[in-house]
Design a protein around this ligand. Structure first.
Ligand code: BES
Ligand code: MN
Ligand code: MN
Length: 462
C-alpha cells in the first residue's frame, strides 16, 4: 500500500477523535458570550499545528479574535503554499431542530454517507475541512513527503465578515508571501464527482429599521389611521423583486457580467437532477429569476434575500398592537464586477426612496465583500485537478459556487496570488443549518488528496 494510504489507515481513528475534540468547543464568533471558547479553539489549533510539524506557530492578536499563523519553511527556493481556513463557527440555533446537541459530536450513517458522518456545528464549515489540512501536513512530515514550504493562516471571524483578517493581511504581506493560496471551505458535486470551485459570490449585508409612531399603539384605537411599520416594511421588501423575480433596485444589474451561451452550455454539463434537488428540500417546485436555470440562479446571478424579520408581538397568545418599529436583515449575493460598497449605496438610496412619508427608514450596512472568479488555465488549478483525478478516479469539474468567502478577492489584491478552492463538503451537509455534518469519507479523502496537490504544484512549478 502506498505510504499515504497506509498512514491514513493506521491513524484514521485518531484523525477522527482529534476532530471531534475540536468540534466540542463552541467557537461561535457572532455571539460575544463565546469569546473564551474562541480563544480556547485558537489555542487548540496552535497546538495541533505544532504537533503536525510546523516549525513556528503563533497566535497573532488583532483588534478582534486572534489569527493562528504557522509555517514550515524547508527551502526558500521551493514554492510556498498558504493554507487558509477558519476555526469559528455559525451559531447553532434553532437548537430544537438538532437531532443531537450541536457541540456533542456523534457519528451517524446517512444515505449519502454510508461510511458515517460527524454531526456537529462546524463539522464541515470549516473545522473539519480546515483540520484535513493539519492532518495532511502531519502525514507529509511523518512520511517524509512534504515537497515545499507551507504557511497556515487560520482565522476566527470568517462567519462575521473577517474584519480582523483584512487588518492582518494588510500589515503582513511579506510574512504571508506565497505562490498559491489553498482553501477547503467550499463543496463538491458528490462523492463520486469532485469539483473545483472557480467562483464565489460577493455579498452586501444590511440591516433596516422602519419607524412609524413614537410608541407602540393600541391597534384598535389607532389601527387604520397611522402607518403600521410592519405592514410597510413587508410591502417595501416585496417590491424589491418584480413579477419575473428580477431585483428592482435601479442600477443593481449595471455591472453584472452576462455569460455567453457557450459558457452557460458548459455549465449545464455538470451533473444535476432537478428532481433530486426538489426532493431533498421537500419543495414541489424551484423558484427564482426568470430565464435562468437553478444552477445559474445560485451561482452566476445576483440575489436579494431577507435573512430575518421581526417586530411587534411574537409571544404566546395574542396582543393587539401596532409596533413602533419593524426590522429586517437583508443580504444581497453579488457576482464578480459588482462592487459591494456601490451596491450597498444603491440599496440604501432606493430603500429610503420607496418609503412613504408616514415612516422613517434607517439602513445600516453590516459587512460585505467582492465576488471572485478564477481561470482554470493556471498551475494551481491543474495541480488540484490532477490530485482529484488520482484519488477519485475521475477529473474534477470546474464550478462556480453561490457562497461567499469575501477574503479571497482581498488575497488576490494584497498578496497577488491565486486561490485554489479545494472543497470536500456536500450541499447536503447542512452547513449553517441544524444537523450540520461532514462525511468520514470526505474527511479522509481530503487528507489523501491534499498531499497530492502539494506534490503536483511543486512539480509543475519547477
Ligand atoms: N464556507 C462558507 C462559504 C461557502 C460554503 C462557499 C459553501 C461556497 C460553498 C463560509 O463560511 C460562509 O458561510 N460565508 C458566508 C459569508 C460570510 C461573509 C459571513 C456566506 O456565504 O454566507
Ligand atoms: Mn466557511
Ligand atoms: Mn460559513
Amino acid at each position: 500500500m502506498p505510504k499515504t494510504k497506509q498512514y491514513i489507515n493506521d491513524h484514521k481513528d485518531r484523525f477522527i477523535s482529534e476532530l471531534i475534540e475540536l468540534l466540542k468547543i463552541p467557537s461561535i464568533s457572532a455571539d460575544t458570550a463565546y469569546k473564551n471558547d474562541i480563544l480556547k479553539t485558537a489555542d487548540a489549533v496552535k497546538i495541533a499545528l505544532e504537533k503536525a510539524g510546523c516549525d513556528m506557530v503563533e497566535i497573532c492578536e488583532t483588534p478582534g479574535y486572534p489569527i493562528v499563523y504557522g509555517e514550515k519553511i524547508t527551502d526558500s527556493n521551493l514554492p510556498t503554499i498558504l493554507v487558509y481556513g477558519h476555526y469559528d463557527v455559525q451559531p447553532a440555533d434553532p437548537i430544537d431542530l438538532w437531532d443531537s446537541p450541536p457541540f456533542e459530536p456523534i457519528i451517524k450513517k446517512t444515505d449519502i454517507h454510508p461510511e458515517g458522518a460527524i454531526f456537529a456545528r462546524g463539522a464541515c464549515d470549516d473545522k473539519g475541512q480546515m483540520y484535513m489540512h493539519v492532518k495532511a501536513l502531519e502525514l507529509m512530515t511523518k512520511t517524509d513527503q512534504l515537497p515545499c514550504n507551507v504557511k497556515f493562516m487560520i482565522e476566527g471571524e470568517e462567519e462575521v465578515g473577517s474584519n480582523s483578517l483584512v487588518w492582518f493581511v494588510k500589515r503582513n504581506q511579506k510574512k504571508l508571501s506565497n505562490d498559491v493560496i489553498l482553501i477547503s471551505d467550499t463543496g463538491m458535486i458528490s462523492n463520486t464527482q469532485p469539483s473545483i470551485t472557480t467562483g464565489l459570490r460577493g455579498l452586501s449585508y444590511v440591516e433596516v429599521v422602519v419607524t412609524g409612531p413614537n410608541r407602540d399603539l393600541h391597534s384598535g384605537l389607532y389601527g387604520g389611521a397611522v402607518a403600521n411599520p410592519i405592514n410597510i416594511l413587508t410591502k417595501m421588501i416585496a417590491s424589491l423583486h418584480d413579477e419575473n423575480n428580477h431585483i428592482t433596485i435601479p442600477g443593481f444589474y449595471d455591472r453584472v457580467e452576462e455569460l455567453s451561451l457557450d459558457e452557460r452550455a458548459e455549465m449545464a454539463k455538470a451533473p444535476f437532477s432537478l428532481n433530486d434537488y426538489q426532493n431533498a428540500l421537500d419543495i414541489a417546485e424551484v423558484y427564482g429569476e426568470k430565464g435562468y436555470t437553478t444552477n445559474e440562479r445560485n451561482s452566476i446571478r445576483p440575489t436579494l434575500d431577507v435573512n430575518g424579520i421581526w417586530g411587534g408581538y411574537t409571544g404566546e397568545g395574542a396582543k393587539t398592537v401596532i409596533a413602533s418599529k419593524a426590522y429586517a436583515k437583508i443580504s444581497m449575493r453579488l457576482v464578480p464586477n459588482q462592487d459591494w460598497e456601490e451596491i450597498t449605496e444603491l440599496f440604501t438610496k432606493h430603500f429610503k426612496s420607496i418609503a412613504p412619508k408616514s415612516v422613517t427608514v434607517k439602513v445600516t450596512p453590516h459587512h460585505g465583500g467582492q465576488g471572485y472568479v478564477t481561470p482554470t488555465d493556471n498551475i494551481g488549478y491543474k495541480a488540484a485537478n490532477k490530485a482529484y483525478t488520482e484519488t477519485f478516479g475521475v477529473q474534477a469539474i470546474p464550478q462556480r459556487s453561490g457562497g461567499s468567502i469575501p477574503i479571497v478577492a482581498l488575497f488576490e489584491e494584497e498578496l497577488k496570488s491565486k486561490t485554489i478552492l479545494m472543497g470536500f463538503g456536500l450541499d447536503s451537509d447542512a452547513i449553517h443549518s441544524p444537523n450540520e455534518h461532514f462525511g468520514i469519507f470526505n474527511y479522509l479523502k481530503g487528507i489523501e488528496t491534499i498531499p497530492l496537490f502539494y506534490k503536483y504544484f511543486t512539480e509543475m512549478n519547477s
